[in-house]
Design a binder for this molecule. Structure first.
Ligand code: HEM
Length: 343
């Protein structure tokens, strides 16, 4: 499949837009008219053609622009990419996984050739053609995780498994919804989930951890998470809160449809073969409300979901100020008719 990559920005003049094709394949996350946290995990298997589940590592029209934005973030703040020393085997696992998936599913754009440990990697959209020795970091321009995640959409955490827990010991995190790798590095599953409201009390994290500790190689799993972002900004990190926090005050009844974006994370989890670590991929999709309401059933459902949220989730997701504006604007698309279960 050949993709036409867009030239666009996720900061300053915010020229990011979705094509009609990308709107249709947006992973709308709500299968009912209300929302509450749950252990919403399912096998990460191939889905329908022209959906974000068609390939297990999804590459789309925003690929090149997202990689350019990542490079800018890293230039300003190299600590967005960190790996503890014992994670080197896991770094190579990640490089292999991402190269193999991208090359297999997008042969027009990526090619991986192996001659024993001598590998050649061609990334045509980014103009890269490198030959290196698998297992020897000195043969790459960056450490292996950084090298490949500068060329793969989404944020990435590599978690180490020991003492019946998971530890965030490496990651490339430049497009996050208000959490910090630099703060969380070295923390365990319960610690980094500390700020999340309600979910601890209803046992979600106990069950999720138990499930993940038993994750099998070759059987990745996935879940969707969501929040809302003002402007199509990828880097909504605590480090840059001073840049994006004030954006919340710029939303008005006139511009809410253009400014507010639903931000959906397709999270996939993969057991890695050599290191026994787990790769956690957070693939972020943005859609403005104006784009979203072009699909009538999404337009009907979203105001109902926003209406249903518990106060703790409204506060945690930073929706307190702009939720009423969104509900008002979206409600004109809700004729009150029943929505069916499913998406
Ligand atoms: C939020 C990481 C797996 C449920 C978060 C946050 C991080 C994170 C960094 C932000 C916390 C903050 O506010 O500072 C991870 C990693 C995982 C993982 C690295 C895998 C190794 C899971 C799983 C579940 C889950 C399997 C549930 C089944 C949640 C929920 C939130 C959250 C509900 C709050 C999200 C929101 O309301 O926007 N996770 N997580 N996580 N995580 Fe995870």
């Amino acid at each position: 499949m050949t993709i036409t990559f867009k030239s666009e920005t996720f900061r300053d003049d915010f020229t990011f837009r979705n094509s009609l094709y990308n709107i249709r394949r947006f992973p709308f996350p709500f299968d009912r008219d209300d929302y509450m946290y749950s252990v919403n995990m399912e096998p990460h298997v191939r889905g329908k053609a022209d959906s974000v589940f068609e390939n297990l590592v999804d590459v789309d029209e925003h690929y090149v622009a997202e990689m350019q934005d990542r490079a800018k973030v890293l230039k300003e703040d190299p600590l967005r990419c960190q790996a503890l020393p014992h994670m080197m085997a896991a770094q190579w696992d990640v490089l292999e996984l991402l190269m193999e998936h991208q090359a297999q599913d997008y042969p027009a754009h990526f090619t991986l050739t192996k001659d024993g440990d001598r590998w050649r990697w061609i990334n045509r959209p980014m103009g890269i053609d490198d030959t290196f020795t698998f297992g020897d970091p000195s043969t790459l321009p960056y450490p292996p995780m950084e090298y490949i995640t500068r060329q793969a959409q989404g944020d990435f955490c590599i978690v180490d498994q020991r003492d019946n827990n998971l530890w965030m010991d490496a990651g490339m995190v430049t497009t996050q919804a208000d959490w910090s790798l630099d703060f969380d590095i070295g923390m365990n599953f319960m610690e980094w989930h500390g700020p999340v409201p309600l979910a601890h009390q209803i046992g979600i994290f106990d069950r999720a951890l138990k499930f993940l500790l038993n994750l099998q190689q070759g059987k990745p799993t996935r879940r969707l998470n969501w929040t809302m972002t003002v402007n199509p900004r990828l880097d909504t990190s605590p480090e840059n809160y001073h840049k994006w926090g004030p954006d919340r005050l710029t939303v008005t009844p006139e511009n809410v449809g253009q400014k507010m974006h639903l931000r959906v994370e397709l999270q996939s989890l993969w057991r890695l073969p050599r290191s026994n670590a787990i790769l956690f991929v957070i693939r972020c999709y943005l859609i403005s409300l104006e784009e979203l309401v072009t699909v009538p059933k999404w337009a009907r459902r979203l105001p109902r979901v926003l209406q249903s949220l518990p106060p703790e989730i409204i506060d945690y997701k930073g929706l307190t100020r702009n939720r009423p504006l969104m509900i008002d604007w979206l409600s004109k698309y809700d004729d009150g008719s029943p929505t069916s279960a499913g998406i």
